[in-house]
Write a protein that binds this ligand. Sequence first.
Ligand code: NAP
Length: 332
Amino acid sequence: MKSQVIQSFGEPSVFQLKEIPKPELKPGHVLIQVKATSVNPIDTKVRAGAVPAVAPELPAVLHGDVAGVVSEVGEGVTEFEIGDEVFGCAGGFKGTSGGALAEFMLADADLLAHKPKNLTMEEAAALPLVSITAWEALFNRTRLIPGQDILIHGAAGGVGHIAIQLAKWGGATVYTTASSQEKLEIGKRLGADGTINYREEKVRDYVQNYTNGKGFDVVFDTVGGENLDRSFEAAAVHGTVTAIATRSTHDLSPVHSKGLSLHVTFMLLKILNKDMHKHYGEILRKITGLVEEGKLHPLLDSNIFNFDEVSKAHEYLESGKAVGKIVLKNSW
Ligand code: NAP
C-alpha cells in the first residue's frame, strides 16, 4: 500500500512516499481504508523527534487521527462490520499500530466509534484527538458543573474550539481568548458568552470586566508556557486550572495563595495503555451523538491538503497561521 513514511526524525520534508506491506489483521482490531486524517501538534512534535517517550520506532507511519471505512474485521470484534464508516485516534505512537498516513490503518476497535452521519470524512478526521482531550479535561478531570464560569484559552485552536462547544453544552458560562478579531468572532459563533483579545487586554482587566474581580471558577489552558501563569492569575479563589501543555517550570505560589486545584490531561496516556482504550471509544460515541444532535461541529481551516502534501500541512501547522483544524484528504 502507499504510505507517507519517516525514516528519521526531522523537518517537515522528512516524509517520503513509499510502498509498504498492508498491515495484517489482528484479533480485536479492524483494518480501516483511510479516507482522511488531521494534523495535531503532537504529530509535528513526534516527526521532529521532540517527544521520544511517545514516538514510534522508525521507520514509522505517523498521525493518530483517522476517518475511513472498515475493510476487514478481526476476531472478537462485534461493534463494527465491513463497510462501516468509523473515526478515532488509533496509531502512530509508541507501541501502537501504524498511523493514518497510509491507504490502510490497523486500529484497535476499542479506540473507534461510528463516524457522525452528518459529517464528511474530512470533518470527522478533525475530531478524535481534540474532542477526546477536551472531554477528558472538562468532564473527567475538571468535573465542570452547570452554572460555573470557565475561561478557555485558544478560541480557534484545535482543542479550544471544541472545548467552547462542550462547555456550553455542559451548562457553563464560557469566556475565551484569541489574538485577532476574526478568531474572537469564531469563539462567539461557537457559543462563547464573552471574548478577550489576549494581546490587548491584561488578565487583571478581563477578570474585573467579566467576573467583578472574583476570577473564573475554571480556567482551561490549552496553550501552556507563560500562559499557565496567566491562567493561575485568572482563576478564582478555590478555582480550578486544567492544562494540557505543562512540560514547564512554574512558581506555584498563586496556586497556594488561592487554594487552586490544578489538573493535567495527557490524552496519549490512555492510547499508550491498551487497558484504557475502551474509555476513548466511549467518549467518541458521545461525541458522535452530540455532533448528530447539532450540538458540536468541527472547525476546519480552509486549506485542505492531500496525503502527498503532508510536509506542507506540517509546515502550515507550525506556522501558527491555521484557523481550527488542518485536515488531509486521501486521494490515493
Ligand atoms: P492549535 O490548533 O495549534 O491551537 C493553538 C491555539 O493556541 C491557536 O489557536 C492560538 O491562537 C492559541 N494561542 C497561542 N498562544 C496563545 C495565548 N497566549 N493565549 C491564548 N491563545 C493562544 O493546537 P491544539 O491542537 O489546540 O493544541 C494546543 C496545545 O495543546 C499544543 O501544545 C498541543 O501539543 C497540546 N495538546 C495537549 C494534549 C494533551 O493531552 N496534553 C492534547 C492536545 C493538544 P492565536 O493565533 O489566537 O494565538
